[in-house]
Ligand binder design. Sequence first.
Ligand code: SAH
Length: 477
Amino acid sequence: MKFLPIFLDSHAGPILLVGAGDPVRARLRLLLAAEARVRWHATDDDFAVAGLDPAAASRIERVDDPTTIELNEIVAVFCAGAAEIGMAVAARARAAGLPVNVMDDPAHSSFIVPAIVDRGDVVVAVGTGGASPVVARRVRERIEALLPARIGDLATLIGRWRKPVHDRIAHAPLRRRFWERVVDGPIGALVLAGRSDEAEGALTAIADPSAYAGEQNSRQDEGHVTLVGAGPGDPDLLTVKALRALQDADIVFYDELVSPEVLDRARRDAARVPVGRRVGKPGIGQDAINRLLIDAAKSGQRAVRLKGGDPFIFGRGGEEIEALREAGVACSVVPGITAALGAAAESEVPLTFRHEALRVTFLTAHKARDAESVDWSALTDRKMTVVVYMGITAAQSIRNGLLAAGRSPETPVGVFARATRPDATAVVGTLDRLPALVRRIDGGPAILVIGDVVSRSAPWRNSNLNSLLQTFQMAAE
Ligand code: SAH
């Protein structure tokens, strides 16, 4: 390590900035974002900067001659695009013992500027000793993806409570444990979910030393359940939040729809419990699942309920959330890419299209009986795309229902099976022939998309050769 990372208090005194063009404006924005007061000399005499808010602009003070400016108060010097004047200023500043940075010129700098991840009170600085800003930026991007957006809020909240908690919990190890529980438990989860007010309330309620005197009585407060949308199968379609929840989990309760590749992303030590229906076998039932989730949270575990697609699209997430709330268990929901969106993206079917498809309906028709109870007359609008979940066994009834209600037999339909998985298959045809199309896919899960937009699909983009062949066969028949 050739450079020592330190954080400069931007309120300690003004910063001198010298330079021109985009480089100096980039530096100026950085300094203003850090709430610094800036004495600025534009070497090309162009002091215009677009888009500054008045508060930031008021912290800028113009300097006419940086080579003679009084350096007493200045705490650091930045040169960017400043050419010879920059060299002169840098030499003077160094002689005066001030830290100096000349952009892209380590030889004349006594410090370098890191790549920065800025989350309010949480700031991560990444350096490569000046060797490669591009590598530093890549590292920064990875950290950006890893850090919750509201981690800064969490630090701010804790900062506010530090002193009161210090006064109430004198014993340092106990205090540390208290904060660990706040950060890792439901209070931390609330802040990260944007519910800082509730977090503050919870913190007020527990910031009582007697509650943390023993290990036992606080255990059950720590657990929580996160309902996580696993997406349609491709693990790269997990959201950053889903990944984080999986990485934090003590136990994962997963559905039969969740692909092994997604499950693989859970923390290595997390227990994995299948709770879905197996083919031909009934599942353990919703009540039993609710009970498992509640028990896990009450025993202090961070439980993830991992569901295919999105938890709130035909996923019974609503029922689980209600049961958890009723049981007083802390919970939150991470959305996922629902099967319709995964399939649409993969096969390039725009679910809405200007002038052509103005509405989308998601419905489910699991059995012929369900299909018969659907009001198909509400789905005959030609400008509506209809997506049917769990519609494979009822395909015949769906076709009959829509045709009887008056939708054209020529309406394009697509059957998208195992969308976004390595063995994805797509078959495209017309509504009239839906039952025959459905027979062509080799097992589910599969989704039906009905509407003119399906004719815009690009089945040839599908990596699966099989589906390509089937499409040709359809065309030939
Ligand atoms: N919550 C899930 C849906 C659960 S219902 C979601 O938002 O996607 C189960 C149905 O979803 C299946 O019967 C099938 O119609 C559809 N489905 C789930 N994954 C799919 C996939 N990879 N490809 C096609 N359809 C899928």
